[in-house]
Design a protein around this ligand. Sequence first.
Ligand code: PRP
Length: 221
Amino acid sequence: RVPSSEELVIALPKGRILKEVMPLIRAVGIEPEAAFDDPDSRLLQFRTNHPHISIIRVRSFDVATFVAFGAAQLGVAGNDVLLEFDYPEIYAPVDLDIGHCHIAVAQPKDLEEDRDPSRWSHIRIATKYPNLTHKFFAEAGIQAECIKLSGAMELAPGLGLCRRIVDLVSTGATLDANGLVEVEKILDITSRLVVNRAALKTRSVELNGWIEKFREVVNAA
Ligand code: PRP
């Protein structure tokens, strides 16, 4: 289905963050159709109480891609995803103050030697953030060889793929359960409202209106 130019598509990340995002979406007055909350529904695009607004539910990295290419005009994305892609087409005007976590370097608990990152020169790291990781270490004069994985990074050190990983840490439970320990924080993360810059120019009143509504809701929280 090709959306008409009047349609407004909002891209939301599926998974854990969605539970924190939906109260904000509802607070600005957008209510998705019932199928959105039906775990058995295979729908991926949902109508809302606004006839011209729909919501798509995609992987967090894909939110940035849909918004960057203008397939969605609005979205919610973490600054981890924004920094990894660094799309110039994305404007991220509002910190939504949800999805708090951080990105960190982790290594096996029993890898006692080499806990001090300032002493590393060349390292190999499994991560879903190769660009961000490479840049972070390059700034410290460390050459990081990144192996891109899409998930379950925590398995990689134990199976000899690499000695260290760079991954999201929220409670730290996943690292702990897999025998890993955090050795350095790279970046604090929260979710942001993101907007396609071209759409913001051509539909300025409408999109700035939504940006303001989100800002008000966040400030009131
Ligand atoms: C993230 C991340 C870790 C986990 C960390 O995965 O990749 O595996 O959360 O959380 P914790 O510190 O609270 O244990 P997520 O569950 O978001 O799924 P993903 O693998 O699809 O990214």
